[in-house]
Design a protein around this ligand. Structure first.
Ligand code: ZN
Length: 228
């Protein structure tokens, strides 16, 4: 990862409208302008609320927005994300094995595909960086959220782009709770985000993503209550 930015630095961001990518956008804008926010439609169950959230967040930050359709990726989805198999908290919790649950929500090579699409737009637009919401909490479970992945992708991009653009992962070392703390301190519009795997209209509060967000919000509330 490169930490040296100059006046010519700019970014293309993958924006799903969840906590991670929204805080990543806010932090990126502290460092450089963002030329484009990309939202990907890959047949995910939460497409409608993710579209609504990502569009509203891009508008909030006055960032150009584009939706990319990847209909073929729907063929690679696990049942949990494609709408074919409803999930309850009981159902999620019945599998205590985190690796098994990872497989239930894993979309094969999703971040690899998305980041390479972002890299194409970034190189075409003359942007120096591509941004995504890799974070410490999900980095523990998902290899494509890890710092090692980011470093490896930078290596790959040094060959696959002429501009040798770089990945920026501004929340890579933050946990969900730390992202919530940052968001509260910087007026990030948390009321606009959508982090649930389900289609809504309200978050299910049962899926792993809702549980992680709920725990992070609870930690923040406890911390701020203690500091009063
Ligand atoms: Zn949920």
């Amino acid at each position: 990862m490169s930490d040296s930015f100059n006046d010519a630095s700019s970014a293309v961001i993958l924006l799903s409208g969840g906590l991670d990518s929204t805080v990543a956008l806010a932090k990126t804008l502290e460092q450089m302008p963002v030329s484009l926010a990309l939202m990907v439609d890959y047949g995910q169950r939460a497409l409608a609320p993710e579209l609504r959230a990502s569009k509203a967040i891009a508008q909030h930050y006055n960032v150009a927005y584009k939706m990319i359709e990847l209909p073929w990726l729907a063929e690679c989805l696990p049942k949990a994300l494609d709408g074919a198999q409803p999930q309850t908290q009981e159902d999620w919790n019945s599998t205590q094995d985190p690796i098994a649950n990872t497989h239930r929500v894993w979309v094969p090579n999703r971040n690899g595909v998305f980041l390479n699409i972002a890299a194409s737009f970034a190189e075409a637009l003359g942007a120096s960086h591509i941004v995504f919401g890799a974070n410490a909490t999900e980095g523990e479970t998902f290899p494509d959220n890890s710092v090692a992945f980011i470093e490896a992708l930078n290596q790959s991009l040094s060959y696959s782009t002429l501009s040798k653009l770089q990945v920026l992962a501004p929340v890579a070392t933050l946990t969900k709770a730390q992202m919530v703390t940052y968001a509260r301190a910087h007026n990030v519009p948390l009321h606009l985000i959508w982090s649930c795997y389900e289609a809504g209209p309200e978050p299910c509060h049962q899926c792993p993503s809702c549980q992680l967000l709920g725990a992070a919000l609870a930690t923040y509330t406890e911390t701020s209550a203690c500091s009063r």
